[in-house]
Design a binder for this molecule. Sequence first.
Ligand code: SF4
Length: 277
Amino acid sequence: MLAEHMGMCNGMRKAVKLAEETAEMYRGNGGVYMLGPIAHNPHVMAYFKEKGVVKVDSIDEIRAEAGTVIIRAHGVPDSVKKSAAERGMNVVDATCNLVLRSKDIAKMLENEKYKVVIYGEKKHPEIIGIAGNLADPLIIEDLDQARSLSLYKTMGLIAQTTSMPEKYAEIQKELRAHCECLRIEDTICMATQNRQDSGRKTAERAELMLVVGDASSSNSMNLLKACKEVNEYTFMVSDASGLKPNYFKGIKKIGLTASASSPEWVINGIVNALRGM
Ligand code: SF4
C-alpha cells in the first residue's frame, strides 16, 4: 500500500533540476559548489558528487573566485549570498519559494515591531537562514522552551516549514500566555502536511509501515514520527539494502511512504525489492 502523497516535493524537485542544469552548464567554468547538501539525502548527494559538484559547508572553503555556488533548497541568510557575489562567484539560488516566503514573513513581523519567535530546529539550515536575516529572534524547539519564554507585549510566530501541525498548535496555545498580542503565521508547507496525513492513513491500515528517508532529514523524521503515532511497527529505510528480512515475518500488509527529500529512483528500488520478496 503506497501513501497517496509521498516522495520529493516540488521545492526539492525544482532545486535538484536547477542544480543538475547548473552542473551541466558551469562545470568547466571555475567549478560548481553546493553550499551544504541540496537535500538531506545521501543518494541525492552521491548523484551530484558523480556530476562533479563539490559540497562545501562555507563559502570560505571555495578557492576559485570564478566558481559557481548553488544555494540549497533550505536557503541561507541573505548576507551569505551577498558575500559570495561580492567575491565574484556566480550564485545560483535554489531556495524553495516557501522558504523564501517564511523569510519574508519573519522580516515583515520584525519590521512591524513584533518579537519574532521561530518554532524549529536551531541548527537546521532553514532556521539559520531565516534567523540570520533578523536582529534578535527567539528560536524555540519544543514546548518546554516555549514555557520558559519571558513576557512580551507582542509576538509574531512562524514555524519551520516541515513542522508537525499538532505540535505547532501546542506552541501557539502556550505563547498566548506570554504576550498581550500573538500574531500567528501559517508557514508549514502543504507538501509536509500531505505526506504526514496520508502517511498516517496508510500506516493505520498496514501491519508494517516503511518510511523511505534519512535520519539527517527533518521532514523524514517527522514523517516517521507521524506514522509511528498510529503504527508502532514502523521503520525508516534509506534504500533497498535497509529491508531486513526479520521485518517481514508473518506480515501480509506493508504500507510505504517516502519523505519530501527522497528521490524517485530510490523509492522505486525499494518498491521493486518488496515486490520481488
Ligand atoms: S518540504 Fe515544502 S518547504 Fe521544504 S522544500 Fe519541499 S516544498 Fe519547499
